[in-house]
Ligand binder design. Structure first.
Ligand SMILES: Nc1ncnc2c1ncn2[C@@H]1O[C@H](COP(=O)(O)OP(=O)(O)OP(=O)(O)O)[C@@H](O)[C@H]1O
Length: 259
């Protein structure tokens, strides 16, 4: 079930380096939010803080709050593994488990979450997830073949099937189309449009047209200079960001004056 994410006063560190400072934002359920901004301003860092992937890096930590429908993701009783099950992630490069079959790639997350399931229930869930990722028709006759044998765009949809199989509440996507050709990119964008009905989606993209095409809300990150922390300086409906942003820096960025 899609959930609301409320971020308050979030600071994100790598050791002593403050990479992202003071993010306050509320992301509504069943919407797509795009995060845009120049390289190094902390978009990916912020995204990874939303499912506690950030802390996997030694010395990395956050201050502030990320609350999902009332659940404090960094609270003392919150388990990072369960957070990552609730908040799924799709990466820039499609990363199916290379030696695993297409079927097992989708089933992997369910097995890791040690849900005991009959073979026929698992078959149903794998099919539903592959259909949900608009991949079923292309792979239904070769489910036992390795995931690595698919095209890049198919591999990315396989990764999305794997992510949605565990029924997360939120789906994070870090430049999911940057390694894909335009046709595969459109297939993923169509898919995002369908997935928004079931999930809260946050996507990092360098592609302004993509942000404009797929998202309802856009967050613009910026930084004042090298070594300075990135900040989310504007969060607004995407239409407003691209037609009449509140901040001059947002306008300069989207009109290609920097970045
Ligand atoms: N593992 C890490 N260890 C230390 N610093 C890091 C690490 N990853 C990122 N950083 C730093 O944190 C800051 C934000 O980086 P991040 O990758 O989040 O930016 P970004 O906006 O996603 O950039 P890009 O658009 O180029 O992907 C940068 O100064 C970067 O050098």
């Amino acid at each position: 079930m899609a959930k609301r994410i409320e971020v308050s006063d979030l600071d994100i560190y790598y050791g002593n380096f403050l990479a992202v400072q003071g993010v306050n934002v509320s992301v509504e359920p069943r919407t797509i939010t795009a995060l845009i901004g120049p390289s190094g301003c902390g978009k990916s860092t912020f995204l990874r803080a939303l499912n506690r992937m950030h802390e996997v890096i030694p010395g990395a930590r956050v201050e502030g709050k990320v609350v999902m429908d009332g659940q404090d993701l960094y609270g003392a009783d919150s388990d990072p593994v369960s957070v990552r099950r609730q908040v799924g992630m799709v990466f820039q490069r499609p990363n199916p488990f290379p030696t695993m079959s297409i079927y097992d790639n989708v089933a992997a997350g369910l097995r890791l979450n040690s849900r005991k399931m009959s073979k026929s229930d698992m078959d149903d869930l794998v099919e539903r997830s592959l259909r949900g990722a608009n991949l079923w028709e292309e792979v239904k006759d070769r489910l036992d073949r390795p995931g690595s044998g698919l095209s890049g765009g198919q591999q990315q949809r396989l990764c999305i099937a794997r992510a949605i199989a565990v029924e997360p509440d939120v789906l994070l996507m870090d430049e999911p189309c940057s390694a894909l050709d335009p046709i595969s990119t459109l297939a993923i964008e169509d898919l995002m449009n369908e997935l928004r009905e079931r999930f809260t989606i946050v996507i990092v993209t360098h592609n302004m047209q993509q942000a404009a095409r797929v998202s309802e809300f856009t967050g613009f990150f910026n930084l004042n200079g090298v070594g300075q922390p990135g900040r989310m300086i504007e969060y607004n409906p995407t239409e407003k960001i691209f037609s009449n942003p509140d901040e001059k820096a947002t306008e300069d960025y989207i009109s290609g004056r920097f970045g």
